[in-house]
Design a protein around this ligand. Structure first.
Ligand code: BTN
Length: 322
């Protein structure tokens, strides 16, 4: 159910002015209520032009992450039915786990700040206020546990494509869970599952994207942000609405493909975006660490690596460093 701010946002047309009275009539509220909603939208970062006798026109969507924006995005989604937005949380993964049994359908948790953000291998994921997208998407597929490897491959392509479509920036995938721009990490994701008897009950996919160039991004070795990559091309504005819409649409698209097709369907696409093939790197598996070069990925998602002695390894989970 949309609130008044979201309904006003839906009515505001980028192409033409709409009078406050017309909006009030359509929504069955007073002109003052419409005016108040427009002030709220402006506070949320939307640019709304107002001209006497003509009305209001949306000139630019918000560059801020707001509940209004998120709800209107979810209202257009065919997959996600609900969104939980918080100003600050420990970790969106934790909040997602708390709501899992209550919600039978896929949902999203987003926060403007995380005080205990976690990455893979329980590493810290710095999540300062208003600086990044911190989101956990909960999906409820009816599939076997071992399919989760395939999920990561599909979701990495979804995120990479969403960043490209929204910002016109070239992205690369660093197996298994990172998205890079210009050889620097801009996004990491973390896939956790709840399962029973080898069947997945829920996938909780936590996505962290560095949107703005904060001190923490600067301090992390080999990290970048969307903002600093846009600046290189003299572009400044992160159109949050556009980005979130692309992100949700791409997740929907690749999730559907994941459920219905084998990895081979997207393998060529995935390989063409991968930035690891033929490069020497340190590969750290559970019990061993060695230098090697990824040379291929199998149809069932195993990474094929040759080590310095020419031995071939097929790996399913590891940490790799250039
Ligand atoms: C990694 O690169 O190691 C994965 C990072 C995942 C970070 C995201 S931010 C949203 C969600 N909440 C968390 O605590 N972690 C994930």
């Amino acid at each position: 159910m949309l609130n008044l701010d979201q309904k006003v946002l839906k009515l505001l047309n980028k192409e033409q002015f709409l009078s406050g009275q017309k909006m009030a009539d359509q929504l069955g509220v007073s002109r003052t209520a419409v005016w108040k909603s427009i002030q709220n939208l402006k506070r949320d970062g939307y640019k709304v032009e107002s001209v006497t006798n003509k009305g209001y026109m949306l000139t630019r969507s918000s560059d801020k992450l707001t509940e209004t924006l998120l709800s209107s995005m979810i209202s257009q989604s065919d997959l996600f039915t609900d969104i939980i937005y918080r100003e600050s949380v420990d970790s969106t993964q934790k909040v997602a786990f708390q709501y899992i049994s209550e919600k039978q359908q896929p949902f999203i948790v987003v926060s403007n700040e995380q005080t205990g953000g976690r990455g893979r291998f329980n590493r810290e994921w710095l999540s300062p206020k208003s600086s990044g997208l911190y989101m956990s998407a909960v999906l409820k597929p009816d599939i076997e546990l071992n399919e989760i490897i395939k999920f990561n491959l599909f979701i990495s392509l979804a995120i990479a494509r969403a960043i490209e479509k929204s910002f016109n920036l070239q992205t690369g995938i660093k197996w298994p869970n990172d998205i890079y721009i210009n050889d620097k990490k801009v996004c990491g994701f973390l896939t956790e599952v709840l399962s029973e008897n080898n069947m997945i009950q829920s996938i909780i996919c936590g996505i962290g994207i560095n949107l703005y160039e904060t001190q923490s991004v600067k301090e992390i070795n080999n990290a970048t942000s969307i903002e600093s990559e846009l600046r290189k091309n003299d572009r400044m504005v992160i159109e949050m609405e556009l980005f979130l819409n692309h992100l949700v649409k791409e997740i929907e698209h690749y999730y559907e493909l994941f459920l219905s097709t084998p990895f081979s369907t997207i393998k060529d696409d995935w390989v063409s975006k991968s930035i690891i093939f033929g490069r020497g790197m340190r590969i750290s598996e559970m019990n061993r660490s060695y230098m090697g070069k990824p040379v291929d990925i199998t149809d069932d998602g195993f990474l094929v690596v040759t080590d310095e002695a020419g031995e071939i390894h097929k790996i399913i989970s590891a940490d790799i460093e250039f």
